[in-house]
Structure formats: structure tokens, C-alpha cells
Design a protein around this ligand. Structure first.
Ligand code: SAM
Length: 278
């Protein structure tokens, strides 16, 4: 009978095409055994029951076929919380954590702010904001009812009753008078499709990824809507593709001619967030 150590070794070998084979194998094993990392390390000479071993092999086969680990295990980390995910939502990315951090720094001293998260997906941004801004009124919008169902589960789990969900097209259903609007919209250009990792293009929802031929279609629609809804002295944060800083800044300038507009780089020093202060 294989031990936990054998299972991890076998998993690492089978997932050698992944950028993180050891981590992936460990996450699958934690899922199958319902044990945490510390337990697996401390008991790595324990034999695995046959049923768990068989399940682990099935999951390894799925991961080896490039299915993302968060979809297999059904959850993913984002900042200090764990989020339920399904193939109906984008897997939360570490780059997006920075957008939330900027938003929290800005809103923390402002008390009862009105916040909108556009394209909420799993709800990772809206939930994190509600958790760290106890007085904020948070609304989360998505066009996808299936994504909103996942967001609803995450709200119930982490911040029950704190985030109001709206099914809508960008800011169409949102009233003026907002203090903070944040959006991680689909921004991948159609021509980038061949360059995407196979796990992204085969498993993540196209509705969450693609922003038209140049990736900017949703910004073109949302920026004028935001200009009508954001209070003077408010803040608009947009996650962008690393080559879109100039283009999104110039679109933003059209809708917000008087605003202070800047682009923040991510931890890889790539343009990632456009910051608009009307
Ligand atoms: C890139 S994902 C971001 C998900 C989540 N906010 C995150 O950061 O992980 C974009 C989301 O926008 C939603 N979306 C796409 N088009 C939309 C539209 N016209 N109006 C509202 N939401 C839209 C998609 O369903 C998807 O959930």
C-alpha cells in the first residue's frame, strides 16, 4: 500500500508539466485525505487507504490534462480568505489582491462609503472589501447568473448579508452617488487566445476573459457609465492587461477630463491597475 510520501512523489512526477508540481500534488492530496499540509508532513509514512489512493489517481489524471487545481478541489485562496470556485467563475488571481489593497487603503478612513464591484465572478473583491471595510455598503454586479450563484455562496460563507448582488450589464443597473467603483473586467484581446495557457483557455469561462478584438470593449462602455455614477472625490480602480496602460488611460481621460489618472504596476513591475480620481 502506498504511503503519503509515495503519493506525493508520484504526483510530482505525473504533474511535471505544471509550473508547481509539488504544490499541485500536495493540494490534491490534502483534498482527497481531508488533511492539512502539517498533517501530511508529520505523517508521511502512513499508508493511504485504497479508496483515497484511487480517488487521488483520478484527480491527478484531471490535473495532468491541465484542469486547474482550484476547479478540481473547488476552492482557491484570495488575500486572507478561501473562496469557493467553479468553472462558472474566474479563478481569483494574486494580481487582483493589489487592487483590493489600494481600495481598502483609500476607503478605510472614509467610513460609510458606497462601493460597487463590477464583474464580481467568485465575489473575491466584493467579499474582501466588505470584510475589511465594516461600514461600507457593497454592491457586486455580474452579467452571469451562474457566477452570481457562486458569489452568493462566498458572501454567505464570509460576510453574510454584507454584499448586495445585482445581475446586470456593467453599471447599467447602478444609481449615481457611488464613492468607490472597482472592476476586474474581461480584458484579454481576441488575438491573445493562442498564447493563453491551455488550462485557462480550456477551462475558465470565456465570458470572464475576453474583451473583444483589442480587449478594451468593456472599458469603452463602462468608463462613461462610471463618470455619471462616481462622486467627486471618489475613486475608480480598473485592473488591466499589462500592455493596456496607455490605451485605458486615454479612454479614461475622455470620460474623466478633470481627473487625476495614474497606472500602478504589479509585483512583476507590469502595468496592472488604472487609478482614476475625479
Ligand atoms: C475577469 S472576471 C473577474 C472576476 C472577479 N472579479 C475576480 O477578480 O476574480 C470578469 C467577470 O466579469 C463578468 N462580466 C463579463 N461581462 C460583463 C458585463 N457586461 N457586465 C457585468 N459583468 C460582466 C464575467 O461574468 C466575470 O465574472
Amino acid at each position: 500500500m502506498a504511503t503519503i510520501r509515495d503519493a506525493l512523489r508520484l504526483g510530482r512526477a505525473q504533474l511535471h508539466e505544471s509550473p508547481s508540481p509539488a504544490l499541485d500534488a500536495r493540494l490534491l492530496l490534502e483534498h482527497v485525505t481531508a488533511r492539512d499540509h502539517a498533517y501530511l508532513v508529520a505523517h508521511d509514512d502512513e499508508p493511504m487507504p485504497d479508496d483515497q489512493s484511487a480517488e487521488y489517481h483520478r484527480l491527478l489524471d484531471r490535473a495532468a490534462a491541465h484542469e486547474p487545481i482550484p476547479y478540481i478541489v473547488g476552492h482557491a485562496p484570495f488575500l486572507d480568505l478561501d473562496f469557493i470556485v467553479s468553472p462558472d467563475v474566474l479563478i481569483p488571481r494574486p494580481e487582483t489582491e493589489q487592487l483590493v489593497e489600494i481600495a481598502i487603503r483609500w476607503a478605510r478612513e472614509r467610513g460609510r462609503v458606497k462601493v460597487v464591484d463590477v464583474g464580481t465572478g467568485s465575489g473575491c473583491i466584493a467579499v474582501s472589501l466588505a470584510r475589511h471595510l465594516p461600514e461600507a455598503e457593497v454592491v457586486a454586479v455580474d452579467i452571469s447568473a451562474r457566477a452570481l450563484a457562486v458569489a452568493g455562496e462566498n458572501i454567505a460563507r464570509h460576510v453574510p448579508g454584507r454584499v448586495h448582488l445585482v445581475q446586470g450589464d456593467l453599471l447599467g443597473a447602478i444609481a449615481p452617488g457611488q464613492d468607490l467603483i472597482v472592476a476586474n473586467l474581461p480584458y484579454i484581446a481576441g488575438q491573445e487566445w493562442p498564447t493563453l495557457p491551455i488550462g485557462v483557455k480550456s477551462y475558465e469561462p470565456a465570458l470572464a476573459l475576453f474583451g473583444g478584438p483589442d480587449g478594451l470593449n468593456l472599458f469603452r462602455v463602462m468608463l462613461p457609465q462610471a463618470a455619471e455614477r462616481l462622486n467627486l472625490g471618489g475613486l475608480l480602480l480598473l485592473e488591466i492587461g499589462y500592455q493596456q496602460g496607455d490605451a485605458v488611460t486615454s479612454l479614461a481621460r475622455t470620460s474623466f477630463p478633470e481627473a487625476k489618472i495614474s497606472v500602478e504596476a504589479d509585483f512583476s513591475d507590469l502595468d496592472r491597475i488604472v487609478v482614476i480620481r475625479p
